[in-house]
Structures are given as structure tokens and as C-alpha cells.
Write a protein that binds this ligand. Structure first.
Ligand code: SF4
Length: 180
């Protein structure tokens, strides 16, 4: 479900769905705005199941230097593969505020790791001057607007992952890989 103003994601006037300038971008060119992206979208196997989630458009953005890949859960020191996690409560914003929890399927509380990963991701975003991010949909770290509901049953609820919530809280525009 596209969020407000996010049905198409524009970068410096570029429409990534249609603008040929994206494909003609050459490595080494300077670019005013770098985009933060979920690392698993480059195909890197950092997801909880030990696999990547390749999105060729995202991979190309990274390969050409237009985007910076990060995996918040990996930055938090969590291994891959790892237990699946979901957010209990009102979403990632609540976890940031200590009012919700990120829980592994076994019930292990991963809230501290998820918040640490979000903070490290924000630090990287700031180092690269990222004002926008394309993150993996529905992830308990990276999802925006919709995440799994904490029951590990495949049901969804409104809300964002912990990292997405922190980035948005600091003014970074976040869209999902399904919106570009
Ligand atoms: S934390 Fe984000 S980048 Fe890392 S595997 Fe999950 S969705 Fe991908």
C-alpha cells in the first residue's frame, strides 16, 4: 500500500521507474544525494533465512555508487541465518520508545539489538548525507507502513520497522522496495 506521496520515489528530479538517466549513470560520477538501501536488496545473504532479496534496480544503484547498502540487523551483530523476528506492540516507533518489543520466534527479546542496529544505520545515513531510503518491505527493521503483527502467523498490521521508524523520525524519507 503506497504511503502518502510515495507512490513514486523521486531522487533529485529522477523518477527511478521511468527516467533513463538512472541507467546511464556512470560509476565514479559524483552525486549530490546518496540513497540508503537495505543490503539484502543487493542480493547479499543477510536475511534471517540466510538468503538475499535481490532487486536488480537497487543492486544497480549500489554498483554505480548512487546508493549505500546497510543491514541494520547485521550491524547489530546478529548472525545470518538467524531466528525470524516480529514486533510486538505498536511497531518500530514503540520499540524505540521502550513501549514495544522486537521478539524472536522463541520469545527472545531482541529489542536492544534492533535499536542498536537502527542507530548505527542512522549514523551511516548521516555520514553519507542520505536524505532518502529504499528499504525492504514488511521487515521488523526495514519495513515502512506495514509489518508482521508479532504472531508469526503471516498476518500484517500497520506500523514500521525499528530502523525505518528511526530514519523517518529524523526526517529521512523512507519508501519500500515495492514502491520504486
Ligand atoms: S534488516 Fe533490513 S537489510 Fe537486513 S536483512 Fe532484514 S530487511 Fe534486509
Amino acid at each position: 500500500m503506497p504511503g502518502p506521496g510515495n507512490s513514486k520515489f523521486h531522487i533529485e528530479g529522477i523518477n527511478m521507474q521511468e527516467d533513463p538517466a538512472v541507467d546511464s549513470y556512470s560509476p565514479g560520477e559524483s552525486r549530490e544525494t546518496k540513497i540508503l538501501v537495505s543490503r539484502c536488496l543487493t542480493g547479499y545473504p543477510c536475511s534471517h533465512d540466510g538468503k538475499g532479496r535481490l532487486n536488480k534496480k537497487i543492486r544497480r544503484m549500489v554498483d554505480t555508487g548512487a546508493a549505500v547498502p546497510v543491514c541494520p540487523e547485521q550491524l547489530a551483530g546478529l548472525p545470518s541465518p538467524r531466528e525470524a523476528a516480529e514486533i510486538e506492540g505498536a511497531g518500530g516507533a514503540a520499540v524505540l520508545d521502550g513501549e514495544g518489543r522486537a521478539l524472536a520466534r522463541t520469545g527472545k527479546d531482541l529489542s536492544g539489538a534492533f535499536v542498536a542496529g537502527a542507530q548505527k544505520t542512522l549514523q551511516i545515513a548521516r555520514q553519507h548525507g542520505c536524505l532518502k531510503a529504499v528499504l525492504k518491505a514488511r521487515s521488523p527493521s526495514c519495513g515502512r507502513g506495514q509489518i508482521y503483527d508479532g504472531s508469526f502467523s503471516g498476518r500484517l498490521k500497520g506500523g514500521s520497522g525499528v530502523t525505518a521508524a528511526l530514519l523517518m523520525r529524523t526526517g529521512i524519507e523512507v519508501v519500500t522496495d515495492e514502491e520504486i
